[in-house]
Design a protein around this ligand. Structure first.
Ligand code: UD1
Ligand code: CA
Length: 452
């Protein structure tokens, strides 16, 4: 397609979404950790739309703010009354008046559409159609508009409620998305009336208006999965499942091994390198990068974490935002890391909490070590030097620094800085009483033991 064609994308986001039964507007519910509206705005940007308009319902500042956050240059229009999809598109009349080459109309509750499909719709316009509708064949067509096709041309889209018995037999349905020639879009939309069962201004009627004006309409077919719309939480979970399958396939095709892909969950922005091994039951929240050769063992939860090359995580590890594991570092079972840089080759193998900290290269953090980073009011930093050895079950009370190569004796509560290469011990002197146990038992001989 010619890159010089100007494209306006209009994203309809005025839906009430009452079937979600949620305090949150429907289009802000996430799929793969990203609001559905943001999926669609990212998509139109990727598809090359130079101008993007979002149509929101009255008083929906939350939706408008989310649109601006996703795409700062997005123009926001308010549809003051919900009078139908054509009426909603006309809320963006000011954008349509610029007469771009292509106008794409999308629904913010249809988040899985691909840029390739938008390219096919735009290609139909470039080939001379005034309108290109997106069709699909759902398992159950009930409720959808039907595409009435005659001799390769699209002659009408009939809403289910307005369709005749014969038209309801048609399997090819309207996905709702449409591409319109910008030269004609405004005139077509303004000619649409509301003489139908729902007394709504239907975007779909643009097809018949175009036909009467001697303009050609066509359709492009997509898979039912790609064009699925989300109206309730059951459909939201179906969209999530489709999204997750796409992510898993992409990640495996890029060279990572997922032993049981159906049990691994990614976010929209998860980046996984080559020869990464991900065992079953792993969840990636937003903002994770896993570099080449790393291993994520089973039952680990990562969010905002950077796992560098050949590092290993888990099983049963939790990496929270700001966890940054150096090359070849090891974070083992029941370890939680938050806002902490762990140096290359460092080991935190068992049962630790390391937060607001830096751990030097090749340091060894014993089982049960805790950084006491919070006093109920403020957070403080713990710095552990390169090659340091922190004995098991130590509490490091921040702010505190353990020097390079220093040792901390097991069970210590460290409240003062430890110099490089020193040993710090903080525990009572061990007392030993020879033969004490023999005397103890003798003193109690004959007394029956009480069972608890
Ligand atoms: C629409 C199509 C139908 C198609 C179906 C696919 C029309 C007339 N019908 O029907 O052919 O099969 O989608 O799901 O276009 N919206 C507004 N303002 C309005 C009305 C709708 O912003 O006044 C938005 C909604 O938020 C939604 C989208 O437009 O995102 C579709 O509206 P909806 O009422 O759900 O249309 P359907 O009846 O499902
Ligand atoms: Ca709908």
């Amino acid at each position: 397609m010619s890159p010089t064609r100007q494209c306006l994308a209009i994203v309809l986001a005025a839906g009430e979404g009452t079937r979600m039964k949620s305090a949150r507007p429907k289009v802000l519910h996430p799929v793969g950790g990203k609001p559905m509206l943001t999926h669609v705005l990212d998509l139109v940007a990727e598809a090359g739309a130079q101008t993007v308009a979002a149509v929101v319902g009255p008083g929906r500042d939350d939706v408008a703010d989310a649109a601006r956050q996703a795409l700062p240059e997005a123009q926001i229009f308010v549809q003051t009354e919900r009078l139908g999809t054509a009426h909603a598109v006309l809320a963006a009349k000011a954008a349509l008046q610029a007469k771009p080459d292509d106008v794409l109309v999308l629904f913010a509750d249809t988040p899985l559409v691909t840029a390739a499909t938008l390219a096919r719709l735009r290609a139909a316009l470039a080939d001379g159609a005034a309108l290109a509708a997106l069709g699909f064949e759902p398992a159950d067509p009930t409720g959808y508009g039907r595409l009435v096709v005659d001799g390769g041309q699209l002659v009408a889209i009939r809403e289910h409620k307005d369709a005749s018995e014969a038209e309801r037999e048609i399997k090819l349905c309207n996905a709702g998305l449409m591409a319109l020639s910008g030269q004609h879009a405004l005139a077509l939309l303004e000619a649409i009336g509301n003489a139908n069962v729902q007394k709504e201004f239907y975007l779909t009627d643009a097809v018949e208006v175009a036909r009467k004006a001697g303009l050609k309409s066509v359709h492009v077919v997509a898979s039912a999965q790609e064009v699925m719309g989300v109206n309730d939480r059951v459909q939201l979970s179906a969209a999530e499942a489709i999204f997750q399958n796409r992510m898993r396939e992409n990640i495996m095709r890029e060279g990572a091994t997922l032993v049981a892909p159906e049990t691994v969950f990614f976010s929209f922005d998860t980046k996984i390198g080559r020869d990464v091994l991900i065992e079953p039951n792993v969840v990636f929240g937003p903002g994770c990068i896993v570099e080449d050769g790393a291993i994520i063992h089973a039952f680990s939860h990562l969010e905002g974490a950077h796992v560098r090359a050949r590092a290993t995580v888990g099983p049963y590890a939790r990496l929270r935002p700001g966890a940054d594991l150096g090359e070849g570092a090891k974070v083992g079972n029941f370890v939680e890391i938050k806002s902490a840089h762990v140096g290359a080759g460092a080991k935190i193998s068992h049962l630790s909490y390391i937060g607001d900290a830096s751990v030097g290269a090749d340091a060894n953090i014993g089982a049960g070590t805790i950084t006491c980073n919070y006093d109920g009011y403020n957070k403080f930093k713990t710095q552990i030097g390169a090659g340091a050895f922190v004995g098991s079950n130590s509490s490091l009370v921040a702010p505190v620094t353990i020097g390079d190569g220093a040792y901390v004796g097991s069970g210590s509560v460290i409240t003062q800085d430890v110099a490089p290469d020193a040993l710090a011990l903080e525990r009572g002197q061990q007392v030993e009483k020879p033969g004490w146990a023999i005397r103890f038992r003798a003193s109690l001989a004959g007394t029956p033991k009480k069972r608890p």
